[in-house]
Write a protein that binds this ligand. Structure first.
Ligand SMILES: Cc1cc2nc3c(=O)[nH]c(=O)nc-3n(C[C@H](O)[C@H](O)[C@H](O)COP(=O)(O)O)c2cc1C
Length: 168
């Protein structure tokens, strides 16, 4: 038996922890999706991805249990803030449901009014394009309408439940 076969034999999807562990091998960047309705809202997401060039589309996948996602959906425009390595505390803060996520956070409104987080690598302000069902998540397709980027910084990365960076 080869090492590869041994690895495959080990994997069973009966255990959700195994599914999570396997997915944890996929390193991602981290974004905070923000919007402004009556007050600023936001949530940390690793499910952000580029999708289409023509038309330009991006996507992210909020859990159906998220309390922030229905507010963003109602507002219809939002900002995707791509986090820099120094923003790990923001990443953690925007992942805590029910907390005052914007307490002490430095931000300014974008053209849609969505909060642009100071120190982010880049941002894309987007308009909701389509929402598709994705099991216990929604798949949100969005059209970027305004973008911006900072001076070169290192990204915040997430891999096997740990944070890191990439020094290009
Ligand atoms: C590194 C990291 C990545 C996350 N990625 C996602 C994601 O892609 N989709 C999602 O729904 N929640 C994700 N979460 C969890 C949400 O940030 C969290 O459930 C959400 O902020 C809950 O608050 P809410 O009730 O205000 O929506 C992630 C959390 C962390 C720490």
């Amino acid at each position: 038996m080869t090492a590869d076969q041994e690895l495959q034999d080990e994997v069973t999807l009966d255990d959700p922890a195994v599914f999570r562990r396997i997915l944890g091998h996929f390193a991602t960047g981290i974004v905070v999706v923000t919007a402004f309705g009556k007050h600023p809202v936001g949530m940390t997401c690793q499910s952000f991805s580029s999708l289409s060039l023509e038309p330009p589309l991006v996507l992210f996948s909020p859990a159906r249990t998220s309390t922030t996602w229905p507010i963003i959906r109602e507002i219809g425009t939002f900002a995707v803030n791509i986090l820099a390595v120094e923003q790990q505390p923001l990443c953690r803060a925007f992942a805590v449901s029910g907390s005052d996520k914007f307490a002490g956070v430095d931000w300014s409104p974008g053209v849609t009014g969505a909060p642009l987080l100071a120190g982010a690598l880049a941002h894309l302000e987007c308009a909701l394009y389509q929402v598709l069902p994705g099991g216990d998540h929604d798949i949100v397709l969005a059209r970027p309408i305004a973008v911006g980027e900072a001076e070169a910084r290192s990204p915040l990365l997430f891999f096997q439940s740990r944070y890191g960076t990439f020094d290009g």
